[in-house]
Write a protein that binds this ligand. Structure first.
Ligand SMILES: C=C(O[C@@H]1C=C(C(=O)O)C=C[C@H]1O)C(=O)O
Length: 647
């Protein structure tokens, strides 16, 4: 075997490479400011998605020749591009507002070093290229006062969190200040349990935290019966309380990064109810700013409509007729005017644009009160997404698709039939694949499987993609004893072969549809694959993913429609049943639907299942559990549904 070079030498070489990377990144950033300057004179928008797509596609191809994975290259460059866009925006915004530029900003925020507001403030200053002079405050009121009195240049206030929602106190304060909103900034919130010493979680007795932080982690904290939550005025206060406590078994809720300011260590990470948890902050200043037209802008205004029926609708129609997109609407009681509401509206438009000027003029005629709180640059760069075909390259040895995709009716006319236990999927009969996503005991799993079998299910699916090998074996043996096919989740390419020994069918999560290596490995296996459509993928992306599997040899692909992302805010999905017909015309692959992915209500799940059958789907995938919760059916509801389906 070749001898490894000395560790210190290799590390030195890596350190040097990292330095070069930093140099290169700084050079790239400087160049992007030149681009911003040309866009300033040509009035071209900062964002150029087409250029980003070309750039990513080229980098992916180049990366591949050097053995770098497409997703790795994409992730890296999405981050680089995000920085480049935000940096260009801040640069042009400063040039448009030269009097705001200073070498250092005094920023007032809630709490002290370590708080999320502190992290957001320092990020805001860094983006503007200014030093951060911190002015920690005890309340939101004090933050506003610090800016109004001239003690601070800017105030930073959290306005909403993806998990706990809007921060009412801040909305209420905005009604009474003359400060303007001049910027927004967003930070990822990664809540941890922070203690003075590294210790097992079981030893922690008390957890200090800001009420917002505690509510964002309510599920985790409830599951830890031995921990009592204690409210503090800010996250920084919570950390301070822990660092000054003589009791080692108290802890704080906060970010790992913030905890370092108090020498606290994370004894548990990722404890928020929502995996993706971010907070949006607004920046307030004495004077409003202008946003250059090349920069995507947002404007916030408040209005009180009359109390007659439809007054709010009338106001919103004004935005619609001027082609203005509203991205947030919040209402708060008007203090002192019982029963009256003030509406806070965020729109994606520049205050300098004619359409917003006209809309606001019309609104002043309709409302009893209206005031613009500010216009500022949008702090959001949604990453460009490449299609599956851009992310993948044909593999050597793979079947050549020519111009007839392997999934198409042009390639094969007859519907593909897949054997699932005793059932033939793709035949005239509608198939039911069902099972619990979790179970408490093997008796419960056994009983569930028995009912499912008795009422016509042909395959058992249990657990989720985190299922352990032991659990998979348990489900497989229950399925076998009931003559049900075992549908197994699979996450990684290396699991495909060992799981093939127990699984009858593989099931992919929607977000795995674009995982090239996994699809390739499944294409080489001999077990049918249920391919869920990614929630943002088009039909052609979906069939491309099927092509990838089929090109490796495995022709047994089942398409599973589990909803596409709508244009609604949040993560709302919609299930387009008309698509089943379209798919069945285009493709010979069997199609099943998963209504529980988009509907939480059991009656709606049942109705969608019946509709799916009526429209020609080959089967359904259902989450069935003895103690059914949202998105699930109880065993009894399953039984009723099956009777309806087979009548
Ligand atoms: C730098 C530019 O501006 C933006 C940033 C890009 C980048 O960092 O590569 C690419 C396209 C634009 O969205 C550009 O237009 O070239």
């Amino acid at each position: 075997m070749a001898k490894a070079p000395p560790l210190t030498d290799t590390r030195q070489a890596i350190t040097q490479l990292d330095r070069d990377l930093i140099d290169l990144l700084a050079k790239r950033r400087a160049l992007s400011l030149n681009v911003a300057l040309s866009k300033e004179s040509t009035l071209k928008p900062i964002r150029d998605v087409e250029r980003e797509q070309q750039l990513l596609t080229r980098l992916i191809t180049e990366g591949r020749t050097q053995g770098l994975d497409a997703h790795y290259v994409t992730r890296l460059f999405q981050t680089i591009i995000e920085d480049s866009v935000l940096n260009q925006q801040a640069f042009l915004a400063q040039r448009a507002n030269p009097d705001t530029s200073k070498p250092a900003y005094r920023v007032a925020f809630l709490g002290a070093k370590g708080a999320y507001s502190y992290l957001a403030s320092s990020r805001f200053c860094a983006r503007q290229g200014a030093d951060f002079q911190q002015l920690g405050c005890g309340t939101f009121d004090e933050v506003i006062h610090a800016v109004e009195s001239g003690q601070a240049d800017y105030g930073l206030l959290p306005i909403e969190n993806t998990s706990s929602g809007s921060i009412n106190e801040v909305y209420d304060l905005l009604q009474h200040t003359n400060l303007a909103i001049t910027a927004e900034t967003r930070i990822e919130v990664n809540h941890c349990i922070l203690a003075k010493t590294s210790q097992p979680l079981e030893q922690v007795r008390k957890v200090y935290g800001h009420p917002q932080a505690i509510s964002q982690c309510s599920r985790f904290l409830k599951s830890q019966g031995h921990i009592t939550p204690v409210y503090c005025a800010s996250t920084a206060d919570a950390m301070l309380a822990v660092s000054e406590s003589t009791d080692d078994n108290v802890a704080a809720v906060g970010s790992e990064e913030g905890g370092k300011a108090f020498e606290l260590c994370a004894v548990e990470k990722g404890i928020a109810n929502q995996q993706q948890n971010s907070s949006r902050f607004i920046v307030v200043a004495p004077k409003p700013v202008e946003v250059p037209q090349q920069v995507p802008a947002k404007t916030t205004f408040i209005m009180a409509t009359g109390q007659k029926p439809g007054a709010l609708v009338d106001a919103l129609i004004v935005l619609k007729t001027h082609g203005i997109n509203m991205c947030k609407l919040e209402s708060r009681p008007i203090q002192g005017n019982l029963g009256e509401e003030m509406f806070y509206v965020d729109v994606e438009a520049n205050l300098a644009s004619q359409s917003l000027k006209d809309a606001l003029a019309q609104l002043t005629r309709l409302t009893r009160f209206i005031k613009v709180l500010g216009c500022y640059a949008r702090d959001e760069v949604s990453p460009v997404h490449l299609t599956a075909s851009q992310l993948t390259l044909p593999e050597q040895g793979a079947l050549n698709s020519n111009d007839r995709p392997l999934s198409s009716r042009a390639h094969k006319y007859d519907t593909t039939q897949v054997q699932l236990g005793v059932h033939t999927l793709g035949s005239e009969q509608f198939a039911t694949i069902a099972g619990p996503s979790e179970w408490n005991s093997s008796i419960q799993l056994d009983d569930s499987a028995k009912t499912l079998r008795e009422f016509g299910a042909c395959a058992l699916v249990a657990g989720n993609s985190d299922i352990t090998e032991q659990q998979a074996n348990q489900v497989a043996s229950v399925a076998r004893s009931m003559e049900l096919a075992y549908v197994s989740h699979v996450q990684l390419p290396q699991q495909v072969q060992p799981l093939s020994l127990v699984a009858d069918v593989f099931l992919l999560e929607a977000n795995q549809m674009q995982q090239h290596a996994l699809l390739t490995a499944l294409g080489r296996s001999h077990k049918p694959v249920i391919l869920r459509r990614a929630h943002t993928a088009s039909i052609s992306d979906w069939l491309q993913a099927a092509q990838l599997i089929m090109a490796q040899g495995n022709q047994q692909v089942i398409l599973c429609e589990s909803g596409v992302q709508t244009l609604e805010t949040g993560k709302r999905l919609t299930l387009d049943l008309t698509l089943v017909q379209q798919l069945k015309q285009e493709s010979h692959l069997p199609v099943i639907v998963e209504p529980g992915a988009v509907e939480s209500n059991s009656q709606a799940i049942a109705a969608l299942t019946i509709a799916a059958k009526a429209i020609g789907a080959d089967g359904v995938l259902l989450n069935v559990h003895p103690n059914a919760q949202a998105h699930q059916l109880s065993l009894h509801q399953f039984e009723t549904l099956q009777r309806q389906l087979h009548n």
